[in-house]
Write a protein of this length. Structure first.
Length: 276
């Protein structure tokens, strides 16, 4: 029997990009979908698409930066579906700029969605998964920017590094509780994260800038590589869940970047660097 069949999966940021791709991948395996997004209309479009294909899916509005709103979502999803087995804390934003000159509002917004949004999802849904005792899975979306620092992405990196640490620790805490954990760290994916991030910014002026924002991501040199489609990411996530793998990486270019980082850390322990 397919382990996804009849399982209830909650996906934040489910109105597009990686979130909607995850929903499609889960639906193809027979899961029941709760699509949550700050833009409920976008989530409803995806839910209708899945429903037309024979899946059971419903859209919900949520602001993941608001702890009470995520708690409300957890209650509504449970009331609608009975239980939750999979939660994908996927909603995220990306704003670039110099760290020392970036407005405090940009920092607060980035951390509120990218870090606190993940934590709120863990706090709201993990207890419910543990309570029913049927096992489950948590997928937290970080980024390659959560594994190595990058120029002019300091806010984004800080938030995603926090998600990496949270998720690695969560995996250890849930390892013996029948709940799997995966950490998604993609590089460049064909999404509209730049424009969408500004559209939801609490500052009206930043929202106006969304009209001029380019579609897709404009990565710094350290992250440039092949651009892949969200469905390719979702396929890797499903495979990682089936294998209970913690790390989900998406691009072959990541291997060399991570190797160089590990070598720089390891070199600190060489006698000529370590000695007094």
């Amino acid at each position: 029997m397919d382990p996804f069949r009849d399982r209830v999966a909650v996906v934040t940021g489910g109105g597009g990009g990686i979130g909607s791709a995850l929903a499609r991948a889960f639906a193809a395996r027979g899961a029941r979908l709760a699509l949550a997004d700050v833009d409920r209309n976008a989530a409803e479009v995806v839910a209708k698409e899945l429903t037309a294909g024979g899946a059971e899916a419903e859209a919900f509005a949520v602001d993941v930066s608001d702890r009470d709103d995520v708690a409300r979502l957890a209650g509504e999803v449970t009331d609608r579906f009975g239980k939750v087995h999979v939660v994908c804390n996927n909603a995220g934003v990306a704003i670039g700029g110099e760290m020392w000159s970036a407005p405090t509002a940009d920092w607060e917004y980035t951390m509120a969605v990218n870090f606190w949004g993940v934590l709120h999802g863990v706090q709201a849904f993990v207890p419910r998964i543990l309570e029913h005792g049927e096992g489950g899975y948590v997928v937290n979306t970080a980024s390659m920017a959560g594994l190595t620092g990058m120029s002019f992405l300091g806010m984004y990196c800080a938030s995603k590094f926090a998600v990496v640490g949270l998720t690695e620790s969560l995996s250890r805490e849930l390892r013996e509780r029948g709940v799997g954990v995966s950490l998604l760290c993609p590089m460049i994916v064909a999404t509209d994260i730049n424009a969408n991030s500004l559209r939801q910014h609490p500052d009206p002026e930043r929202r106006r800038q969304a009209e001029a924002a380019p579609s897709g991501e404009n990565p710094p040199p350290a992250m440039r590589g092949g651009v892949i489609q969200p469905d390719d990411v979702a396929r890797r996530v499903v495979r990682a869940m089936e294998r209970n793998q913690l790390y989900v990486l998406t691009h072959p270019e990541q291997r060399e970047i991570l190797r160089r980082r590990a070598e720089r850390i390891d070199a600190v322990f060489e006698p000529d660097a370590w000695g007094d």
